[in-house]
Design a protein around this ligand. Structure first.
Ligand code: KIV
Ligand code: NA
Length: 262
């Protein structure tokens, strides 16, 4: 049976975990969904891993639509989440245009980076039948404004603002959250205080789900991996087995470990 946002909500309510990986093409989409990974994110990280860009800023809506179509064709029942690319949430009009195109390309949920100011966006999209995943904490599209890829919510003010944003967006009807590079304790607290399932990356094992960039967890991304990355190919030596090992480690609460958190 196909995974829906209700599947993930019920999992959270039952105290279970779910796994998420990024996917950008039909072939990997098939393998990841066949491995039992509940959701696939067509991330704008495709700018880095597909295009060789140094950030997600250059990624266009047209490119997101193309990769979402590819992933949707290979999908065997996972939930497909697609990223609204850079500047896609600058105005409500732009967000509606991006969300329409991504849903028509085969997404089930759209993801937007931001903070509490996304509340209106969440309300309008949800009212129009589009579930929204709100990406909080380190938001890579804002790398230039943040002055680099840094852990967010480290001081008391930052932590309070992040918790408040999550609660505001939860009340507005957010279907899912992504928390990226947020200290473990704060991530656990946010997960406990919002109704919607929370997907962590560089966050906490207490999150309801975990996500990694596929190329990172296969150990094929260039450069030094981020702290929150684990190479599941190293132990398994096989792509299908790596996806299954990741899925099991997330569901058993073995990933992330302390060494992957901030
Ligand atoms: O684009 C992406 O891959 C993401 C995840 C890392 C959360 O947004
Ligand atoms: Na992204």
């Amino acid at each position: 049976m196909a995974v829906t946002i209700r599947t993930l909500l019920k999992r959270k309510q039952d105290g279970g975990k779910f796994s998420v990986l990024t996917a950008y093409d039909a072939c990997f989409s098939r393998l990841i969904s066949e491995a039992g990974v509940e959701a696939m994110l067509v991330g704008d990280s495709l700018g880095n891993v597909m295009q060789g860009q140094t950030s997600t800023v250059p990624v266009t809506l047209e490119q997101m639509v193309y990769h979402t179509e590819c992933v949707a064709r290979g999908n065997q029942g996972s939930l497909v989440i697609a990223d609204v690319p850079f500047m896609g949430a600058a105005t409500l009009e732009r967000t509606l245009e991006a969300a329409t195109a991504l849903m028509q390309a085969g997404a089930n949920v759209i993801k937007v980076e931001g903070s509490d100011w996304l509340a209106e966006t969440v309300e309008v999209l949800t009212r129009n039948g589009i579930p929204v995943c709100a990406h909080l904490g380190l938001t890579p599209q804002a790398v230039n404004a943040m002055g680099g890829y840094r852990v967010q919510g480290k001081d008391d003010d930052g932590a309070a603002a992040l918790l408040n944003a999550a609660k505001t967006l939860d009340a507005a009807g957010t279907a899912l959250f992504v928390l990226e590079c947020v200290p473990r304790e704060l991530s656990a607290r946010i997960t406990a205080e919002v109704k919607a399932p929370v997907i962590g990356i560089g966050a906490a094992p207490e999150c309801d789900g975990q996500v990694l960039v596929m190329h990172d967890m296969l150990g094929i991304s260039p450069g030094k991996p981020a702290r929150f990355v684990k190479d599941f190919m190293a132990d398994t030596g096989d792509i299908r087995a790596a996806f299954q090992a990741y899925d099991r480690a997330v569901k058993d609460g073995r990933f992330p470990a302390d060494e992957h958190c901030f």
